[in-house]
Write a protein that binds this ligand. Structure first.
Ligand code: PAF
Length: 282
């Protein structure tokens, strides 16, 4: 298994691939890999000649030092998971000062307002951090395709916007959410949940499914109120937001229209751990 640590090593590898006209799939991650990441990596392996997985906990996308410090770092396990998929996958696991030159700071981006909704309201500067690091990775790695999970649906839409606005030569592939048997969306943060909280956390997906049913006959606002009420009654959770939004603009739905696509999004804390999830409504 090849683990690259420097930009120079990545450039050398990329230059060799570009000369052979072979395709390169890229899966950006922050490590603490689970089956959800595994499914993105498998898809990349099946669609490309080569796959590169980056493992890097990007400091500029965290608005909270505790969250950054507590983010799980499990490189040995990550390598084992990747190796099980294929021994030919290339891993890039750099240190922050290898990627960011003198200062570890974000650039400022305007993603046509997508960044002001939901996560953007609650995690200051988060999408500037994501945009900055992906800009660095895309220009270094020059992948043909890059794979992102729909669990971070807002991130997926923002990455598509980044690519369109800056004319980046990469195809962004959105992949379905992978769930634990209980329905809980797979997330690196699930590792920090106690056994009991992990069980309780299935409540998020159950509530999303019931909300979807209600959305058939009720307005978006009524469904959001219903979800808020369910979380208020659940002593394990603090709901940060629920939003039923248009998938293209990510703006909350005022009036339903038959031609538009909607999703419901939730962010909630359990045991002080922040979980997010979403599902399509139509
Ligand atoms: O989704 C993530 O894990 C991160 O936001 C990403 C895309 C790897 C950028 O740091």
């Amino acid at each position: 298994m090849k683990i690259l640590r420097t930009k120079k090593e990545v450039s050398t590898f990329v230059n060799i691939i570009k000369k052979t006209n072979k395709s390169l799939g890229y899966v950006p991650t922050m490590g603490a890999l689970h089956q959800g990441h595994g499914s993105l990596i498998e898809q990349s392996v099946s669609e490309n000649n080569y796959t590169l997985v980056s493992i890097f906990v990007n400091p500029t996308q965290f608005d909270n030092a505790t969250d950054l410090n507590k983010y799980p770092r499990t490189l040995d396990n990550d390598v084992t998971l990747i190796e099980r998929i294929s021994g030919d996958i290339i891993i890039f696991a750099p240190k922050a000062n290898e990627l960011y030159d003198s200062k570890i700071v974000s650039k400022n981006y305007y993603f046509d307002g997508l960044e002001y909704e939901m996560e953007g309201k609650h995690r200051a500067g988060h999408f500037d951090g994501v945009g900055t690091i992906l800009d660095i990775f895309f220009s270094l790695i020059q992948p043909n395709k890059a794979y992102f999970g729909e669990k971070d649906f807002q991130q997926l839409q923002i990455v598509k916007k980044l690519v369109a606005k800056y004319n980046l030569d990469v195809t962004i592939i959105g992949c379905p959410i992978f769930r634990e048997a209980s329905g809980l969306a797979m997330s690196s943060r699930n590792e920090r949940l106690s056994k009991n909280s992990r069980k309780e956390a299935a409540f998020i997906y159950k509530t999303l499914l019931k909300a979807k049913e209600k959305f058939g006959t009720k307005s978006a606002i009524k469904v959001e109120e219903w979800v808020t009420d369910q979380f208020a009654k659940n002593k394990h959770f603090n709901l940060e937001y629920v939003s039923i939004a248009n998938v293209d603009t990510l703006k909350p739905v005022k009036r339903k229209s038959k031609n538009k696509k909607y999703r419901i999004f939730i962010a909630a804390f359990i045991d002080n751990i922040r979980l997010i999830d979403n599902i399509a409504l139509n």
